[in-house]
Design a protein around this ligand. Structure first.
Ligand SMILES: Cc1cc2nc3c(=O)[nH]c(=O)nc-3n(C[C@H](O)[C@H](O)[C@H](O)COP(=O)(O)OP(=O)(O)OC[C@H]3O[C@@H](n4cnc5c(N)ncnc54)[C@H](O)[C@@H]3O)c2cc1C
Length: 435
């Protein structure tokens, strides 16, 4: 979660902070509209923050910071359309529990649930599943406060031409106050986790990705091993071999044991390749649980991350190139490289816009130099027209990004209409969209 200390706002990872001039916690949509209208009149800027789980400077502001925390309720359930309308500041973890009470679930989620729904869609947050889109693809409509404080509905009936741009707005189009989600009946997943040799995995990649509803893997740098996760729907009853074992695999292995390896690696980087060999064979589990409990887990170890979406067919090749580059350059990496997949969608700035995608994410333990490794990976990703995650570290500017998105101009035109005086600008929007 993000934090405030003496007027300074800091993100979860602790790598971004700013001192907003005003911090507002609106209790209603009209409060939000009022703040925006007043700020616009006096040429001040406004930024909404969610849970501060972005690694980029996307949520920073020196103007008005709007904390959406009080706007966290379900406002409408449409059982005919299987749609649920929620206030924008609801955390996905709260939403999951409330949907479950209603007999519903989100069809796919990322690997944590700390984010707010508006923060998650704004940066094109995604999980894994080759026949499923990212979270913004589950959005049927939203309400948005524009740059002068006017509120509009965007859905297939009203302002429908804006739906494909506003679902991933990167905080640059307005303040989202409500989101209507397409939901599915609650379901369970069987999660099978185990180790596999990377070469064999890459050889069989299409089969693994297509024969599992949610397939992902983590390659452990300096080893030939990957940890795989296969989550598939089941009607079997909840089955968790033992709470202790689950805690061991989900919390101890994914956080404490792993954190120890990272911490040792930070003190003595030359130990990293040897420490890495301790990780791969661990974590053999099979459990059945409600979908949202399988998708998301706790993250205690702090890190910074960069993630690129590339056309799915290049995934194996790109990964092998990262592997060779890590060896050739002598990077010492204690964090696994995470690989996921989603179906294409038609949202202008979704990282999977128009193409079935593989996501390759690299991490660096908090406090260690990340830039040389991230830049080398980014160079490889650029050969595949890689699109960086809007909420994760990257080095691209508007000129470079505009070439990666066929519908870029639609977004830029919508920004002109919705926020002509740049009430929602910050240094990040200038970097990625220009002034
Ligand atoms: C430990 C960890 C795990 C993660 N796992 C995943 C993952 O599995 N998949 C993935 O794709 N990403 C993942 N991320 C990235 C994360 O999902 C995104 O960065 C997401 O945007 C964070 O949501 P938030 O609520 O914290 O938003 P913030 O980071 O607070 O804000 C993100 C952006 O949304 C804007 N925004 C927020 N609320 C509003 C609003 N109401 N109206 C308009 N704009 C708004 C902000 O201004 C900012 O531009 C992870 C990040 C961390 C730290």
């Amino acid at each position: 979660m993000s934090s405030f200390k003496r007027g300074t706002w800091t993100n979860w990872a602790g790598n971004q902070s700013s001192r907003p001039q005003w911090i507002n916690e609106p209790a209603s949509e009209s409060d939000v509209a009022d703040i925006v209208a007043r700020a616009a009149k006096s040429n001040r800027t406004v930024k909404a923050v969610g849970a501060g789980h972005s690694f980029t400077s996307t949520a920073l502001t020196s103007g008005h910071l709007i904390n959406m925390g009080h706007l966290n309720k379900i406002v409408h359930v449409d059982r005919e359309k299987n749609q649920v309308t929620v206030e924008a500041g609801i955390h996905i973890s709260e939403l999951n529990e409330q949907l479950f009470e209603l007999g519903y679930a989100m069809p796919n989620l990322g690997d944590i649930a700390y984010q707010t729904i508006s923060g998650a869609i704004s940066t094109s947050t995604h999980g894994t599943g080759s026949r499923l889109t990212g979270i913004a693809g589950q959005v049927a409509g939203l309400r948005l406060v524009k740059g002068h404080g006017e509120v509009i509905d965007i859905n297939d009936q009203q302002n429908s031409e804006l739906l494909d741009v506003a679902r991933v707005g990167v905080g640059a189009l307005g303040i989202v106050t409500q989101v209507t989600l397409n939901v599915v009946p609650a379901f369970r997943l069987r999660a099978v986790e185990g180790a596999q040799k990377l070469d064999a995995l890459i050889e069989n990649l299409d089969e693994l990705v297509d024969s599992n509803e949610h397939f992902e893997f983590f390659w452990i740098p300096h080893t030939r091993w990957a940890l795989t996760k296969r989550n598939n729907r089941t009607t079997d009853p909840v089955h968790i071999p033992s709470r202790a074992k689950q805690w061991y695999s989900k919390t101890f292995l994914e956080n404490y044991a792993f954190g120890t390896v990272c911490a040792l690696g930070r003190i003595k980087p030359s130990l990293i390749p040897r420490l890495a060999t301790a990780l791969p064979s661990s974590g053999q589990t099979e459990i059945v649980d409600e979908s949202f409990r399988i998708f998301a887990s706790e993250r205690i170890v702090k890190f910074v991350e960069m993630e690129y979406a590339i056309p799915r067919q290049y995934c194996g090749e790109a990964l092998q190139r990262i592997r060779s580059m890590v060896d050739a350059k002598g990077h010492l990496i204690s964090f696994p490289v995470e690989v996921r997949f989603t179906a294409k969608d038609d949202i202008a700035l979704s990282t999977a816009s128009g193409r079935d995608s593989a996501y390759i994410a690299v991490h660096m333990y908090k406090g260690m130099a990340y830039e040389p490794y991230f830049r080398d990976v980014a160079d490889i990703m650029s050969d595949y027209e890689g699109r960086p995650h809007w909420g994760k570290m990257h080095f691209l500017n508007d000129n470079e990004l505009s070439k990666l998105y066929p519908r870029w101009n639609e977004f830029i035109a919508a920004r002109e209409t919705l926020d002509p005086h740049r009430t929602f600008a910050n240094a990040y929007t200038e970097q990625v969209f220009g002034k």
